[in-house]
Design a protein around this ligand. Sequence first.
Ligand code: PHE
Length: 431
Amino acid sequence: MAAAGSAVGLGNVWGFPTKTASNGGAAFLVIYLIMVFLLAFPMLVAELTIGRHGQSNPVASLRSIWTRNRVGATFFGLIAMVTASLLLSFYSIIAGWLIGFSAAPTFEVLGMNNVSDWLVSFGDTRNVVLAVIFSLLTIYVVKNGVADGIEKWSTRLMPMLFVLFAVMIAYIFTQDGAIDGLKMYLIPDVSHITAPLLVDALGQAFFSLSLGVGSMIAYGSYLKKDVNIPKTAAQVAAIDTGVAFGAGLLILPAMFVAKHNGVQIFNDAGELISSSDLVFQVLPSMFDTMGGAGIIIGTAFFVLMVIAALTSSISLLEVPVSCAQDELNMTRGKATWLIGGLITVTSIIISLNFGALFNFVATFTTVYMQPLLGAVWAVFVGWIWHRNNLLNEIKQGNPDIEQGLFWKIWPWYVRLVCPIAIVMVFLFSIL
Ligand code: PHE
């Protein structure tokens, strides 16, 4: 459940619907599902297995596999650490917006309209203040140690999120315009399948399943030896994909309802105008149409999303913190404040140069680095790790695995198909 908590976050309710809407709808959904099943899921198994084998921070876990080249393993581990930190620095900004939207209705009810307006309007000060608040929350949880709390939060969060989604989806279909969104979401137009769409879908799958940057390697290290890793990975992928699918089912119809209600979301040429804050225009406009209930449902939704973002951000900060703690012999408190502080400063810099930096950092980390690091881990598992050692690790918690279909396919698959397919998607887009 903690791994599911890491996976479910902004990737599902912000990344996936935004990417789907700006890539033609159903075509993106289909390719995304294929990417999750064929590339992200096998790599999730791989990363969890690396982590459980290493029983340590991600850098040390990588070294436990590439024992003959500790410098090489450390080098790639460091790249993952830096990517996780950079990813978190943009993640906190969007998560900060969630805090703003979760608090705004209360201020509105209290008659403090200027505060609630400030909280939901794009602006440098608001972006900085809220990103700092979110970063402090992340630092606070990570400083106090990850293992216990998160699982409890995640266990409660998921069912609540599912119920709320169901209510909101049922509601949106009572509104005019929703059907147009549903058509866009579910009727694919193959002409939309282009090289950039493939790259986007691959990046989104890796972003959503928290791959590449070491979070799942870190969480794998907490798994007990009696845990069946392929099964756990399948559950995490299913929950994560379920939430993303539900978010699309809500937000694409809600886009067209908002359009019907006069919110401008397409320009004259019919292209989507707002990208990074699309969800933050569409959902509040839906809550507005719900009257008094909208205040409660809207607040509940955004509060749950803040928690979901937090269970993801801690898995990001955990990567550099656990490494600094072990490798540099720092105390947990010091490592968390130092690294969390640096990441917060980076968030502030990105906030103050939003136009120039935000999309650049988000694309660089999620679309490029996450899949490419994934390809590197595939090489670790497929080429560097001795097949017998790999079998011995994955056999624990799954004694019959050798006879099953999974073991017949997966090692070869991770060895050949995963790295080649990932690299080919990029080559294809460059060519
Ligand atoms: N998967 C998280 C989300 O969907 C983001 C994340 C990426 C978390 C990478 C950890 C590592 O919001």
